[in-house]
Ligand binder design. Structure first.
Ligand code: ADP
Ligand code: MG
Length: 764
């Protein structure tokens, strides 16, 4: 790595005056992990220290520049240092115009010798300039009316050079304006910055170099041993080199270090949160694999798959431990998550506690409830009707042998409560009473379970299904509903596969279990794509399935026709299907229908009274109708990849194999890639990786629950090895000493650098 390059700039300026009080104030405000121990002095310039110095203090930053920088969140000297160049111009690599090859992409540099603008046809403006580098010259044209160059200014051009009327020409080359270079910047490699909030790239470079000159050397947070082990350069070298490299080959190691630091901040924050919320807490300790559990497993009409057994063991190990579980359960649709989760809920019940399972929709919550009710009946564990008992025979906290003990469950949605031990629905008030006094062993429900009036007598485990549909706050509220002692176990589950690197960044505070195997006897779903106009072919496929006595979903992106979006709507597709297939029993289902009408349609479809259900994505999650074997998706390129995969998972859940038919005119390249991926693969994790590739991490993160907004240089796919390394370092540091210098220093950085955007980390 060598010694840091000398930083050219205001070498004579004094270092920053200590501003430690400000830093500590900001830090305490944002993240109150524990009091800051180390106070920085001016000869100990850490990154956190530099984050306490406003950009105004940098030479060359006036009121206007301050505003411009602030508009893109660059507020402090640290923010400036973290503003990495977009690319570099290596002057030693510039082609000489006299010998530049034609027809290839090249970078050339030179001086503007002429510049003119003129109107051409249809109001367009052509800008023409001639650039010379002493060996030759090139004519450049752009069709940008706002472009303005000055004769005599120095520029670099990237593009293809073509012969033109006996001379050379570049059409619309990328241009970097290198004018007004200060003597310090005439080294071999010139960093090129983005425009920041209107502050021109040249000016950004000036300001960053000024800031850097007064900031180095920067104290490193990482000890020498970790730097050596991971082959990372130190911070002073990294910042100096990224902004003022001696040679282009030095940039990569510098970048690598800065990317590692980005990942480390996020991973450290997640691991510290896991420590604060779970690992340092006293949980509800469960006795595992007892009578109730064993009876339930033995009563199942099938054997658990190896993956189910492994994941269940992981869950039970957590549940039996002193610290509360914090785990994410991933598994494809149909992989058998439900039985695993119910086993975990029963484990809590037989340890003398209650369980709760929250789902994002009423349909899903109801399905979990009904599925569990049936399973309990099969296992001979269902209570007598109207056996409410004041804590008498068979009730939760009596000294009753568990072998004879029935399990009482309740469904809490909106204002109604349904149970497996009282005939008919009861009022919410009465139902809540049963949670508070322990009459109900397991509660299923929607957000209705996390209202303020809900209190459990002794909640042992909280399960949150399709957890990404809940906010970060919502998923932990359930956990705080425990009236008894100890922090309940928390199990989040999702049927939407998340690539490993994404899971690490979004849920680095959770341990992940994956059921990566489907129960035997499932045949893979065959997927075909047809043009969106292929109504006749589609109807033929629908008829064939219905004639076989099976059912069909037809899913459309829109509820009703729209002037703005060209896509099939459920309303018009339903009308079309009714006309084209008059003898087939069809029905319409979408989110804008009244709730009772929706549940009536769903009920009739489930009962087999409807053959074809034309719907929107209301059916995306969790609907389980084993007799449905064909999923038709209209204008399929309108859907995201994970959505398509979810939809496809609605069929082939019974004894008959499923099929999926995508109708599309894929109008975009991304849309086309999604359809191709769907036809090629049924593996959810593979599709999720493809999705991440297509969309890029920026859009995948979205929402406020991720630290990805704080990733500037790092890319979780390209830099996954550094992400792994950062995660390992953070885990080890917290395990060794959550109050140690590495944890404290990095958390200090998190606090001062992420500012308000660190809310996602601190909320709990
Ligand atoms: P998920 O919740 O992961 O989508 P489910 O738990 O609903 O999947 O399981 C889907 C179907 O597979 C259910 O009908 C369930 O009874 C059945 N099933 C679960 N595990 C097994 C298994 N090991 N062998 C056979 N069938 C299973
Ligand atoms: Mg536990």
């Amino acid at each position: 790595m060598g010694k840091p390059p000398e930083v050219r700039g205001n070498d004579s300026s004094p270092p920053w005056v200590s501003n430690a009080v400000v830093i500590v104030a900001i830090g305490a405000n944002v993240y109150q992990h524990r009091p800051m121990t180390s106070v920085q002095t001016s000869d100990q310039r850490t990154l956190a220290y530099l984050a306490g110095i406003p950009v105004e203090r940098v030479k060359g930053v006036g009121a206007v520049a301050t505003k411009q920088l602030a508009s893109e969140g660059v507020l402090t000297v640290a923010d400036l240092l973290l503003t990495a160049p977009r690319r570099y111009l290596d002057r030693s690599q510039l082609s000489e115009l006299a010998t530049t090859p034609v027809g290839e992409i090249v970078t050339v540099g030179g001086t503007v010798t002429s510049f003119s603008k003129r109107r051409i046809s249809r109001g367009r403006t052509m800008v023409e300039a001639r650039i010379s580098d002493g060996t030759g010259s090139v004519r450049c044209v752009w069709f940008n009316p706002y472009m303005k160059l000055e004769v005599g200014e120095e520029v670099a051009l990237a593009g293809v050079i073509d012969p033109y009327r006996g001379s050379l020409q570049m059409k619309s080359p990328a241009i970097d304006r290198l004018n007004k270079l200060r003597p310090a910047e005439t080294g071999r490699v010139l960093p090129i910055y983005n425009n920041v909030g209107g502050l021109k790239p040249d000016k950004v470079r000036d300001v960053v170099v000024n800031a850097l000159g007064r900031s180095v050397p920067i104290v490193d947070v990482l000890p020498e041993t970790i730097l050596d082990e991971l082959d990372l350069v130190d911070r002073t070298y990294a910042f100096s080199t990224i902004h003022a490299p001696d040679s282009l080959s030095d940039v990569a190691p510098a970048r690598r270090r800065l990317i590692f630091d980005e990942f480390l901040r996020i991973q450290m924050a997640l691991k510290v949160r896991a420590y604060d919320e779970f690992e340092s807490q006293v949980g509800v300790q469960n006795s595992v694999k007892g009578e109730l559990f064993n009876r339930f497993i033995e009563s199942l009409p099938y054997r658990l798959t190896d993956a189910q057994v492994r994941v269940l063991d992981e869950l039970l190990a957590d549940m039996g431990a002193r610290t509360p579980m914090h785990r994410l359960l991933q598994g494809e649709v149909g992989s058998g998550k439900t039985v695993v989760v119910v086993s975990a809920l029963l484990t809590s019940v037989e340890s003398g506690h209650q369980g709760a399972m929250m789902a994002p929709t009423e349909v899903l919550a109801t399905q979990h409830y009904l599925g569990t009710e049936i399973a309990l009946e099969q296992a001979g564990m269902a209570p007598q009707r109207n056996d409410v008992g004041p804590q008498g025979t068979g009730s939760l906290f009596a000294d009753e042998p568990l072998t004879t003990r029935p399990v009482r469950i309740g469904l809490f949605t909106g204002g109604r409560v349904t149970t497996n031990f009282v005939e008919g629905d009861v009022s919410r008030k009465r139902g809540l009473g049963w949670l508070a006094d322990g009459t109900v062993d397991i509660a299923f429900g929607t957000q209705a379970l996390i209202q303020t009036d809900v209190e459990f007598l002794s909640l042992g485990i909280a399960v949150v299904d399709e957890q990404h549909r809940f906010g970060v706050e919502q998923r932990v509220v359930l956990r705080d509903k425990n009236g008894g002692g100890g922090v309940p176990d928390l199990l989040l589950m999702t049927a939407t596969p998340i690539p490993r690197t994404l899971a690490m960044t979004l849920y680095g505070d959770l341990t992940v279990s994956v059921i990566d195997e489907l129960p035997p006897g499932r045949s893979a779903i065959v997927t075909d794509a047809v043009p969106d106009s292929a109504d006749i072919e589609i109807d033929r496929r629908i008829r064939a399935v219905v004639t076989n006595g099976q059912q069909v979903f037809v899913v459309c992106p829109l509820v009703d026709d729209s002037d703005k979006v060209e896509a099939r709507s459920a309303v018009s597709e339903y009308a079309r299907v009714r006309t084209a297939l008059p003898d087939v029993r069809s029905a319409l289902l979408h989110g804008q229908m009244p709730a009772d009408e929706k549940s009536d349609v769903m009920h009739r479809f489930r009962a087999g009274a409807i053959d074809v259900l034309v719907a929107t994505t209301v059916i995306e999650v969790g609907i389980d109708v084993p007799n449905a074997t064909l999923m038709v998706v209209r204008t399929a390129d309108r859907f995201g990849l994970s959505q398509l995969h979810q939809l496809r998972g609605r069929v082939g859940r019974g004894e008959h194999p499923g099929a999926c038919l995508l109708s599309t005119d894929a109008t975009t390249a991304d849309g086309e890639r999604r359809i191709e991926a769907m036809v090629a693969s049924t593996d959810g994790f593979e599709l999720a990786e493809t999705d991440l590739e297509i969309r890029g991490q920026g859009t995948v993160f979205g929402g406020s629950q991720s630290g990805a907004h704080d990733l500037h240089l790092g890319d979780i796919l390209l830099d996954h090895a550094l992400l792994d390394a950062a995660s390992t370092v953070a885990t080890a540091a917290v395990a060794e000493d959550p109050d140690g210098p590495l944890v404290t220093d990095v958390m200090h950085e998190v606090a001062v650098l992420f500012g308000d955007s660190a809310q996602w980390l601190t909320r709990s």
